[in-house]
Design a protein around this ligand. Structure first.
Ligand SMILES: [Zn+2]
Ligand SMILES: [Zn+2]
Length: 489
């Protein structure tokens, strides 16, 4: 402590147990409850908008798509989310028991500790100035009358006016009197603003990193994908409360454990944890909300938003946009961001097809065969043809799907489709069968009636101009490029 010799003494302090934020609920319990309340509260807000159809112009998908394209019922989603939240709460409870109880009363002491560090750091200033040939003492002398604080800092943290206070005077007043005003202000800002900001920055970085690599592994390894992660992707059309629809093991590993590790590494206290866990829950819900609301700040703070993550839920984009939940830098650094630019043609096709499929139930079909039958039936004698066909991406891409620009986007789309195809358990082949069937049908009807096509192109262009802006704009992707069904052929 020799370095603090001659410093004003540190203030004494007395620790008092921190009263709970909302009595009588202990803060540690509130930290577990608040994320769940936020999850269902925000989800129900989006669900209400959805059922009342208040903002159809900002939807990423239509209700017909929710009905036709998802491979899981809303009830099953609710059930599995509740299971994940039970696990999350149990783990949080154990984590909470390892944490010390919260006290207050030491804040002024801690601020003064920072003021001392600032004073110590000033000791290096004269030496540093000397290395560039400046005479700190001379400078300080000239500056002293007009800028005493600056002069004090230049002299290595010597403040004659403060130092001249008698020791007796110091001890009778608050110890912080021994510091210059700017030292205390800076110490206050470090303690109350800078350090907490760094803690949140670290926690966000840890969660994003943890989630990116595990999420990516879930997609790169076929066993991991089909055993665990394919469940989350039964939602081709995400909705808010589907955000935590996961296999229980995945929910534990990615969400619960990731957030807990981030909390520990950032050295947060209970109330910081409350903000962090609740905030990341809200962000995750917002990324799955199915809306690109222009007045939703979470859609604009980072480029990781509902539009960005929605691409990851599509059959052609599933192997891209792995980053979650805060930033997109891992995708950009490691080249896994969707590169196909504008995706409005794909969204438009899915929308029209879902509507058609919904309407189809109302007229009598010409044959009883449905494209989904193919999943339930013995593939003989087509087995070899089918296997060979999937080895030829040119067939899937050029003849049966909207064409992405050549190059990386083509590989991303082909790789994504292969993942869907591998996921037989969740009906992947039937999803692709449906999509190529829809595509073919749309192409042939477009050829049959050019007049009708022109009209539909026009109206589709009108209604989807906004969507294009929302999806590609929010992804910061390149615009233009995909030749869609009704596109510029
Ligand atoms: Zn995924
Ligand atoms: Zn998702």
């Amino acid at each position: 402590m020799a370095q603090f010799e001659g410093f004003p003494p540190l203030p004494s302090y007395e620790l008092t147990p921190l009263p709970s934020l909302i009595p009588p609920i202990p803060d540690k319990l509130l930290t577990l409850l608040l994320p769940i309340v936020a999850y269902w509260g925000l989800s129900m807000f989006f669900h209400w908008i959805d059922t009342k159809d208040y903002f159809p112009q900002y939807r990423l998908h239509t209700p017909a798509e929710v009905a036709k394209r998802n491979k899981v019922s809303r009830w099953e989603v609710v059930r599995d989310v509740v299971i994940q939240q039970v696990v999350q709460t149990a783990v949080g409870w154990v984590l909470g028991m390892t944490e010390p109880d919260d006290f207050f009363g030491k804040e002024e002491y801690d601020v003064v500790v920072w003021a001392r560090r600032i004073r110590v750091a000033q000791g290096a200033i004269p030496g540093l100035l000397a290395t560039i040939g400046l005479d700190a003492a001379g400078l300080a002398k000239n500056l002293s009358p007009a800028h005493p604080a600056l002069a004090g800092a230049l002299m290595g943290g010597r403040y004659p006016s403060i130092d001249s206070l008698k020791a007796a005077e110091l001890s009778s007043r608050r110890a912080s009197v021994g510091f210059a005003g700017w030292e205390l202000n800076m110490a206050w800002a470090i303690y109350w603003v800078l350090v907490p900001m760094l803690q949140f920055g670290v926690a966000i970085l840890v969660v994003d990193t943890w989630q990116y690599f595990l999420h990516r592994a879930m997609h790169m390894n076929k066993w991991l994908y089909t055993t665990f992660h394919s469940r989350h992707h039964r939602l081709y059309v995400p909705y808010a409360y589907g955000a935590l629809y996961n296999h229980p093991f995945e929910g534990f590993l990615l969400d619960t454990l990731g957030a807990s590790i981030a909390y520990k590494l950032a050295g947060m206290n209970t109330r910081q944890g409350m903000v962090f866990f609740t905030g990341s829950t809200i962000k995750t819900v917002d990324d799955h909300c199915g809306y690109a609301l222009p007045w939703d700040p979470l859609q604009h703070i980072t480029s990781n938003n509902a539009g960005y993550h929605d691409v990851h839920h599509q059959s052609w984009g599933i192997k891209t946009n792995f980053s979650q939940p805060f930033f997109t830098f891992w995708d950009r650094l490691l080249g896994t961001v969707w590169t196909g630019g504008d995706v409005s043609a794909r969204y438009e096709r899915a929308r029209l097809a879902a509507q058609k499929a919904l309407d189809k139930g109302k007229v009598s079909p010409i044959t009883g065969s449905k494209p989904t039958d193919s999943i339930d039936q013995d593939p003989t004698p087509y087995q070899n043809d089918f296997r060979d066909a999937t080895d030829l991406p040119s067939i899937t891409i050029e003849n049966r799907q909207p064409q992405p620009p050549a190059g990386k986007a083509e590989l991303q789309a082909a790789s994504s489709r292969q993942q869907i195809l591998d996921d037989k358990k969740d009906g992947g082949p039937s999803v692709l069968a449906n999509e190529s069937y829809e595509e073919k049908e749309a192409m042939s009807s477009a050829r049959r009636s050019p007049r009708k096509r022109a009209t539909s192109t026009l109206s589709a262009k009108d209604s989807f101009k906004g969507l294009r802006d929302r999806v590609s704009g929010s992804m910061h992707g390149r615009t233009g490029g995909i030749i869609g069904v009704d596109g510029s052929r």
